[in-house]
Each structure stands twice: as structure tokens, then as C-alpha cells.
Design a binder for this molecule. Sequence first.
Ligand code: FAD
Length: 427
Amino acid sequence: MKMHSYWLDTSTPSGDYSSTPIPKEVDVAVVGGGFTGLSTAYHAAKAGKSVALLEANTVNWGASGRNGGMATTGLAIGFRSAMKRYGEQRAIGYFNEYNKAIDLIENLVEDHDLDVDYERSGKMTLAWKASHFEGMQRTAEDLKRLVGQPVELVDRANIRTEIGSDVYHGALVDPLGAGMHVGKFGHALAGLAVDAGATIHERAEVVDVERIGDTTIHDLKTTRGTVRAGNVVLGTSGYTGKPFGWQQRRIIPVGSFIVVTEPLPQAVVDELLPNRRMASDSKNFIYYFRITPDNRLLFGGRARFALSDPSQDRKSGEILQKAMHHIFPQTRDARIDYMWGGLVDISMDQMVHAGEHKGIHYSLNYSGHGVQMANYMGKVMVDVISGNPEANIWRDLKNPWIPGYFGEPWLHLRAGGAYYGLQDKFS
Ligand SMILES: Cc1cc2nc3c(=O)[nH]c(=O)nc-3n(C[C@H](O)[C@H](O)[C@H](O)COP(=O)(O)OP(=O)(O)OC[C@H]3O[C@@H](n4cnc5c(N)ncnc54)[C@H](O)[C@@H]3O)c2cc1C
């Protein structure tokens, strides 16, 4: 069994960027080589700016190369909760951003004929409890009426048309959700950024930041040299560290974990997920799953509130394997070929936070929904630095500091785990 990402294991980097010389000066420096950073680099270079992307590890090393590969519709919070918090119009606006984000990925794939196993096979949310399905019925009505989203409900009696399991109490299906091979996509996007003129610098961790006066100009000191940037865009997600303390204190990194089976016979695949939808369930300790392009079952979840490291990945992977056998007894004899984990960047309100603080632009806090949104926000951040701040619909959202949190996630993980576990039990 391999203890690293299936996506990275089955894709090829667009190049080796570990010794590219750091330029002295650029229009835009991007920190982080995940989807936020790569998309920013691509769109900024395409707009004619000189761009250096600085990545502490390698392209796609963070959450972007480790996720479920699901570009799904909707916010990290429920649509009805969003309406309650922000009012109808703002909630509709936020919801629609995710639709636009999937369209952006689809356009990139089509315009550049990218071979990334992109497929709009739809997304479904599965009801863990009967009460959750009742909530889904109300959500479906609102989504159809207010957003025009073509969602459909599947009740328990018909659930086998969507999933080979009797565990769930119904499903909300949204045909606009998509899946892709995120390893191939991330590498292809890096290739596009380089073709457009950006330079990528792997093994170049930003260790210090100095602002020049009150401007957006900064000197970024990396482990491979210093670059002066007219604008800085931070796309470090759950891996945000000390030089960016203000942003770090607003992110709780939470481990999310995945196991992937050996390739399954077509008949089993057709039984497990006959429509090859991207799937997740309605618990806080969420399970999510899909079929990979080569017919494996990818099964992920929060499993437990923990960070990701080799020992946590294994413990969480074992819990997930049991959960997978419970949901899909058909997989009991299937070998597990991959097990890994990564960090999701959660904020207090589980909303995207993007803006500018002390001259540094940032887009973070996708709360487990960044496959589509990180790519989209890269383009948005380029619009912002090109003089169109209104392109960033999230700009007015307050981004509260997490009380008592200084970037040491353990205490918060324990408290959060207990809280969400109780909610799953009693909701
Ligand atoms: C297991 C798992 C499953 C997930 N499943 C899904 C899913 O199915 N659908 C979905 O929508 N979302 C999912 N997500 C979330 C999604 O993957 C992320 O929201 C998204 O990839 C974030 O992209 P990013 O570019 O902002 O950050 P990342 O991809 O995390 O990249 C951040 C990069 O910043 C670099 N970095 C950090 N500090 C520095 C520094 N000082 N200098 C230089 N570089 C630095 C890191 O090395 C890292 O490569 C999942 C996440 C995980 C972990």
C-alpha cells in the first residue's frame, strides 16, 4: 500500500522547477503552488504581468494534489444557513460563485484540450438521517425557486438508482457537479502558467516578508533568494505559516483523509455508484466518495479531528476503511492501494476569505470546497490587482480571528471534534 496521493502517483509534473533562478523583481509574486497559486500565476501571466510563483515544496504538494477530485456545487455551509446568515440575495450570489467556478475549470479544459479526466457526472449529498433528508427537501425547493439550480431528490425507496448501499435516507442530486483527476489538472495548469510566461520556483519557501512603505510592494525572502514584488497573492490554504501570521490565525487546519481501493470490476463499480457521481454525506464527520477514472473507489472523510502526518494518516485510513466496508459491504475483499491525508483550511464561519491585509492579497479558507473555488479565485485575485476589486464577492465578509488561537491547532481540534461529534449524534 502506498501512503501518498493516488493523484500525484498517477500523473506527471509539467517540469522540474526546483532550481529555476529567483528573479530580482516581478509585477506579481504568488505564494503557494496549489490551485489558488497556479491559477493566479496563469491568469496574471496571461494578462501580461511578470509573475514568479514561490512554492515551499513542489507544485500540487498541498491540498490541491491530495483531495477527492470533486468540483462540486454549493457552499461549505448549507444554502438555507447562508440565507439565514446573509439574506437571500447575498446567499444566491455566494452560491452562484461555485457554479461559475466549475464553468471556469470546464472552459480551461475545453480551451486547452486538457487531458485531465474531467467529467460533469453530477454531485449528490446523501442523508445520514431521516431528518437530514427532510432538510434536503426544503433546500431543494429553495435552490430551484431562487437559484434555478436543477437539483433532484431521490428518496430512500429509490436510493439504489444512485448508490449500492442501504445506509442512507435519501439524496439531493445536483447534475452540475463535476469530477477530475486533480494531479493531471494541477500539473497541466502549471504548464499553462509557464507557457503564458510565469516562472515557477519549487523548494522556495517564503520565510520573511518586508513591506515597502504603505504600498503593495514587498520583498519576499525565500530559501532560494529574495524577490521584490509589486503585488503579492497568498494562496497557502491550510499550510499557511508564520511569515503570514495574520492569515494563519484565521485558519484552523483540519486533517482530511482518503483511502483508494484497487481497480474494481466494472459490475461492482456499476453497483456502487451507477452514475459515477461525486458523493458526500450530511454528517459533520463527513464521508465523501467517488469512482476514479480507472475504476477504483476513492473513500475519504474527516474520520477524526486530527492533523495529517504518516501516523495520523494510517490511523484515520483504518477508520475510513471500516466505514467504507459499512457503507459498501461489496468492497470488503478489495485491496487498499493508497492511503493519505492532507489539511483543509477551515475558518470560523466556513466561508471563503479573500482580500487584502497590509498590502498582501490573499485567498484562503475554502473549508474543504476548494477544488473549484481555488481555481476560480486565482482569476478573481488577478482581476482585483488589475483594478477591479468588485470581482471579489467575498471582500466584505469579516474574517474573525479565532479567539486564543496562535497557529497551534491541537486544542481547537479536540474541542471542535467533541462539538461536531455531538452534533452528528443529536441532529
Ligand atoms: C484530503 C482532502 C480532500 C479534499 N477534497 C476536496 C474535494 O473533493 N473537493 C473540494 O472542492 N475540495 C476538497 N479539498 C479542499 C481543496 O483541496 C483545497 O481547498 C484546495 O486544494 C486549496 O488549494 P490552495 O491552492 O489554496 O492550497 P494548497 O493546495 O494547500 O496549496 C498551498 C501551498 O502553499 C505552499 N506554502 C505554504 N506556505 C508557504 C510558504 N511560506 N512559502 C511558499 N509556499 C508555501 C504549500 O507547500 C502548498 O503547496 C480537500 C482537501 C483535502 C486535504
